[in-house]
Design a protein around this ligand. Structure first.
Ligand code: ADP
Length: 169
């Protein structure tokens, strides 16, 4: 069923994800939700100038998580990663803006919090790689796949932001 969903969504979502319409998938992991970091993380993306186009709180199923992390299925930490990610609610978000995929990865920091500079989310709020608080897509293609996996088409909104002319020339 998850594979069907991805196939269906991929057909719906066209290839117009360029320029200021680029989108990325960000999620606050169970540790981030438990540690009350949702507001902080949303705040950083809002202040940066990106546009929130989808957001929900949910309990991820192991099936969805195995699909989400399918490229890591051979890694020794794969099953503990799926367990960690299903250990409590997560917040999934879609953010839109110019170069949002690349910028979001910079805002998150490195995979290992110890390699993340202060000022990044992982640099400021966590210690261990297996409790690194937040996820962000690593490419435009991953973003399309992940947004399709976690959102229905009607849950993603196109809306006009009044601050747009002050963010884009
Ligand atoms: P990123 O989330 O930065 O894109 P990866 O895709 O490589 O990084 O890994 C996905 C997630 O798997 C990481 O965010 C982290 O939660 C977990 N992870 C990565 N490497 C390890 C590791 N060596 N031990 C435990 N968990 C890890």
């Amino acid at each position: 069923p998850v594979a069907d969903l991805v196939a269906k969504q991929s057909r719906i979502i066209e290839s117009g994800w360029t320029g200021s319409n680029e989108r990325t998938f960000i999620s606050v992991k169970p540790d981030g939700v438990q540690r009350r970091l949702v507001g902080e993380i949303v705040h950083r993306f809002e202040r940066k100038g990106f546009k929130l186009v989808g957001m929900k709180l949910l309990q991820a199923s192991a099936e969805q998580l195995r699909e989400h992390y399918r490229d890591l299925s051979e890694k020794p930490f794969y099953s503990s990663l799926v367990k960690y990610m299903s250990s409590g609610p997560i917040v999934v978000m879609a953010w839109q803006g110019h170069d949002v995929v690349k910028s979001a990865r910079k805002m998150l920091g490195e995979t290992n919090p110890a390699d993340s500079l202060p000022g990044t989310i992982r640099g400021d709020f966590c210690v261990e790689v297996s409790r690194n608080v937040v996820h962000g897509s690593d490419s435009v293609e991953s973003a399309q796949r992940e947004i399709s996996l976690w959102f229905e088409h009607h849950e993603l909104l196109c809306w006009e932001e009044c601050s747009q002319p002050w963010i884009y020339a």
